[in-house]
Design a protein. Structure first.
Length: 348
């Protein structure tokens, strides 16, 4: 089924191979050498985050497992802590344990932001504390900058490293008065994604001090991530940085306008009510399978992709879905989105 428009930046015409190749030809010149895009990308991310070094990885999963492995070996500890809904636990089949023998200690309530008190209650020595910015699975919530500083400060005082799961750090920065270097300075290592808000194909970058990144490079090779000819991935990421980083505040403002219209419609509501970043959740009074069928019917009839998938809820009569606003999301007016959502039950 062809997608004409997509509210999610994870799908849609801008993600098609032909469109990506067209944009890539505008970025790569006759003077581009295969090693140039990766080198430029690593330096650019390091500069943006104010870190001494940065290293390209073919996936965020590999980048984060590598960071945790390095922190574990440097501290002599096997356990890391984080929010119960951390991506490492929920979406990666516990690769940290299967591949590296590490243990995860969930801290706090799965529906709330991680707090300093949650970390203090862990009760065992930690190799690292992982903090995801924003916390995707609870609606893109952000801790205050003061709370963030307190949590990362506690980690370092207890001998643990502070690691940022910054897959959406570009979006998260719009929720703070602080700059990217000021946020990154709170962490020993920072991982950023290249394919979410930046609309790349795949890949990630891990930034930190020189010693940590040199050790990470060894593990990248051991895990098969030191791939040759990664220039297409890096080139598309650089193009995405040029096009999307300057628009993150615009994406956030549009997300807030969408949420306001959805909440005013009376059928669904958003979490949070006012998004702190371009990411938020929409909660529907209908079962998730019905929402999936309705969204598929909408796609087949109109070519509009409203969301990637519906999330189940402890209440079987309710569900939710994620909205992540990017360039494609700007094509939808707030009124249109609110009406599309209100019309879902009639499509079941």
């Amino acid at each position: 089924m062809d997608i004409r428009r997509s509210l999610s930046h994870h799908s849609g015409p801008r993600r098609s191979p032909l469109e990506l190749l067209r944009r890539l030809t505008e970025h790569v010149t006759a003077d581009t050498r295969p090693e140039d895009p990766v080198r430029v990308l690593e330096q650019r991310v390091a500069d943006l985050l104010g870190k001494p070094r940065a290293l390209f990885f073919p996936s965020g999963t590999m980048a984060q497992q590598t960071a945790l492995r390095v922190h574990a070996e440097r501290t002599g500890r096997l356990t890391f802590a984080g929010h119960p809904q951390t991506h490492l636990q929920v979406w990666e089949n516990q690769g940290y344990a299967a591949v590296h023998g590490l243990r995860f200690h969930p801290a706090g309530d799965r529906h709330s932001l991680l707090t300093l008190e949650d970390l203090q209650a862990v009760g065992e020595p930690l190799a690292a504390v992982v903090i995801e910015l924003p916390q995707r699975d609870i609606g893109g919530l952000l801790p205050s900058f003061a709370d963030l500083a307190a949590q990362t400060g506690w980690a370092r005082r207890t001998g643990a490293a502070a690691h940022c799961d910054g897959a959406r750090l570009w979006e998260a920065q719009t929720g703070y008065d602080a700059t990217l270097p000021e946020i990154a300075a709170l962490f020993d290592t920072v991982y950023v994604s290249l394919y979410k808000g930046l609309e790349g194909v795949r890949g990630a970058v891990l930034a930190g001090d020189t010693e940590t990144i040199e050790q990470a490079a060894v593990w990248r090779r051991r895990l098969g991530g030191a791939i040759a000819d990664a220039w297409p991935l890096a080139s598309i990421a650089l193009l995405g940085m040029d096009e999307n980083l300057p628009r993150m505040a615009q994406y956030k403002a549009h997300a807030q306008a969408l949420a306001e219209a959805i909440n005013a419609g009376g059928f669904a509501h958003t979490s949070p009510v006012v998004p702190a970043t371009p990411l938020f959740h929409v909660h529907l009074p209908m079962p998730w399978r019905d929402a999936q069928r309705a969204a598929q019917d909408l796609l087949e009839e109109t070519g509009i992709k409203l969301f990637l998938h519906a999330r189940s809820n402890p209440d079987p009569g309710r569900c939710s879905f994620e909205v992540a606003v990017g360039a494609g999301g700007l094509e939808f007016t707030p009124h249109e989105v609110a009406e599309l959502i209100k019309g879902l039950p009639s499509r079941v």
